[in-house]
Design a protein around this ligand. Structure first.
Ligand code: HEC
Ligand code: HEC
Ligand code: HEC
Ligand code: HEC
Length: 487
């Protein structure tokens, strides 16, 4: 297997501090950096901008977001931060790398009807450039695409609001009026923010990193909003609360607020993507919906992973749904039970497209009320969440061993949930000495989840990482609930 899965520990398992991460991003790309100059296949004729997009350059004047008024606040330098440190500013450039060229070849670029380069391929541009609506097929070269994922990819196409948003009328304009102009408000709801990221980091209609793309060399997408948000180099700063708007990032439990909003937003995107994948003509069943490591493993040695998964069939295991599937919260029951119906259908040897599509719809309906909920965390609520995730993930194997979880994805998602929770615990209860101990156990889990050097899937180590992870998880459970029965 290629570097496909390395992406997960590149981002999600990184010890997160925003600043070091930003530097890492620069270094990580070095070996596969953009090729200098425009690729030969692309005619250098800029097309006129279309629709309501104006391009990142329109925001970058010194008096606007270009840094001329830096002293007044970081958001006046947003364009500088984005151009200099934001991975999104390179999103189009990576389509010119040898890696992307190889991907296109493997995807059939030699055929006359297929797009000949990634920068003309709607399948790539929909996530690696700023588009108003997902494009299809072969796309004429448009200079706006060179921006990569620009300001408008997140804040909305700006033609109809760019003039207005610098006037004094803007602040008093109702949210609905702003939205009608194409403005996307990311400051008032974490769900809206997480949804915007999920469009590309999970996918959706017209945005699909399916098994064809992964097998051609695309990294697998493993999005967890709280981690990605922390790792994202910010071009804004904390601001004072106003009567009509509070700064969501000032919440003492922000990491967990984001984890919660993110798991619902990611599930929504992932269910919509599944629904779209059932469309006639697409590869079906779509292999990217199933557990990667049950098909991809070292053939010589039976790894811990195979031994634990001996029914011979890869199970339906979507990264983004894992934290919900392991939840025992009664409030989530309508959703979790409809997802289990879906699992039953996806685990048939020939899943029925129509049934799957209907069940994905039903699950999306069950999800809607959860997307608007606001959570106020207290320490007992945080602990209940941790215990629910731990107990939901736990599996007993055929040989009677009880493990923290059955698969790498489940263990990684459990780790991410517990990490967000302990961050919240640290601010809610600064005196609690257990926080430090939990963090130490989490570090053990993280180090066990990292792949061995030279591997990009869980390795065939003689040491069983699952036993070490299970022991650490048990310790955390015991710290949170001393009444836990001991084996
Ligand atoms: C659903 C959105 C989506 C689609 C479709 C998509 N990508 Fe990506 N791509 C991403 C994201 C998100 C990342 C970053 C992955 C991460 O770190 O989590 C990425 C990463 C990459 C990378 C690695 C970049 C690096 O810095 O290492 C390459 C190369 C790439 N994509 C090329 C392509 C090509 C070529 C296509 C079309 C055939 C394509 N992508 C289609 C979203 C997408
Ligand atoms: C990947 C998504 C993304 C991209 C790309 C992006 N932003 Fe942002 N931006 C955000 C998020 C998230 C926030 C924080 C939410 C908020 O305050 O509205 C934000 C906040 C801001 C703010 C502060 C808003 C306030 O009310 O304090 C400004 C100004 C801004 N962005 C301008 C830009 C400009 C200019 C660009 C392009 C150079 C850009 N952004 C690109 C996501 C993005
Ligand atoms: C229009 C599509 C799009 C949107 C919307 C988007 N991203 Fe991305 N993001 C990408 C692509 C493509 C890459 C890979 C860029 C590259 O490798 O050059 C990426 C890379 C990243 C990375 C670096 C990942 C790594 O492994 O190093 C982070 C962090 C990130 N995005 C966070 C966010 C957050 C947070 C949001 C929402 C506020 C968001 N993104 C919205 C497309 C998008
Ligand atoms: C049902 C079994 C199955 C599942 C599940 C599966 N794959 Fe594959 N994968 C294959 C087969 C068979 C091939 C070779 C044929 C091809 O390229 O499509 C392959 C090819 C690949 C390749 C290219 C290997 C190479 O050496 O060129 C990568 C990378 C890959 N898969 C990653 C993944 C990831 C990541 C997942 C989970 C999201 C996944 N696969 C899920 C069966 C599977």
């Amino acid at each position: 297997m290629t570097a496909a899965t390395a992406a997960l520990f590149a981002c999600c398992l990184q010890a997160v501090t925003a600043d070091t991460q930003a530097q890492d991003q620069g270094a990580a790309g070095a070996s596969d950096g953009p090729v200098a100059g425009p690729p030969a296949a692309v005619p250098p004729i800029p097309a006129t901008p279309s629709g309501r997009l104006v391009g990142a350059a329109s925001c970058a004047a010194a008096s606007c977001h270009g840094g001329g008024r830096r002293i007044e606040g970081l958001h006046f330098s947003a364009s500088l931060v984005w151009a200099g440190r934001d991975p999104h500013a390179n999103a189009w450039d990576v389509l010119n790398t040898p890696r992307s060229k190889t991907m296109l070849e493997l995807l059939g670029a030699g055929q006359a009807s297929a797009p000949q380069s990634a920068v003309q391929d709607a399948r790539c541009l929909n996530c690696h450039a700023t588009v108003e609506q997902p494009l299809t097929g072969t796309v004429p070269v448009n200079f706006l695409h060179h921006d990569g994922v620009g300001c408008e990819a997140c804040h909305g196409a700006a033609r109809d609001w760019i003039g207005l948003h610098v006037t004094s009328d803007w602040k008093s304009l109702p949210a609905t009026a702003k939205a009608a102009l194409g403005y996307v408000e990311l400051g008032s709801s974490l769900t809206e923010r997480a949804r915007r990221c999920a469009e590309c980091h999970v996918g959706g209609v017209g945005r699909d990193v399916n098994h064809d793309l992964i097998a051609a060399g695309h990294p697998r997408l493993d999005y967890e909003f709280s981690t990605f948000h922390t790792n994202y180099p910010k071009h804004w700063q904390p601001r004072a609360d106003t009567p009509d708007k509070t700064d969501l990032e000032q919440s003492p439990t922000f990491t967990l607020d984001a984890w919660q909003a993110g798991r619902f937003a990611a599930a929504e995107a992932c269910l919509k993507l599944l629904e779209d994948r059932t469309t006639a003509g697409r590869p079906w069943p779509e292999l990217a919906e199933y557990s990667c490591f049950s098909c991809h493993h070292n053939l010589e040695n039976r790894s811990w992973y195979q031994q634990r998964r001996s029914n011979g069939r890869p199970g339906w295991e979507t990264w983004s749904l894992t934290p919900l599937r392991n939840s025992q919260n009664p409030k989530l029951l309508p959703l979790t039970s409809s997802i289990e119906t879906l699992a039953g259908q996806m685990n048939q040897s020939a899943p029925d497209r129509l049934l799957v599509s209907r069940s994905a719809r039903t699950s999306l309906t069950a999800l809607q009320p959860l997307l608007t909920e606001n959570h106020q965390w207290t320490t007992p609520a945080v602990d209940a969440l941790c215990l629910e995730q731990i107990r939901g993930a736990r599996r007993t194997t055929t040989d009677g061993t009880t493990l923290a979880a059955a698969s790498w994805d489940e263990m990684a998602q459990l780790y991410l949930a517990l990490r967000a929770a302990v961050a919240a615990r640290r601010t809610l209860d600064t005196q609690d000495t257990r926080n430090e101990k939990i963090s130490q156990h989490l570090e053990v889990i993280r180090s066990q989840l990292l792949f061995q050097p030279g591997y990009d899937s869980p390795g065939t180590s003689s040491i069983d990482p699952v036993l070490a992870i299970s022991a650490a998880v048990n310790q955390i459970e015991l710290l949170l609930d001393p009444k836990t029965p001991q084996p």
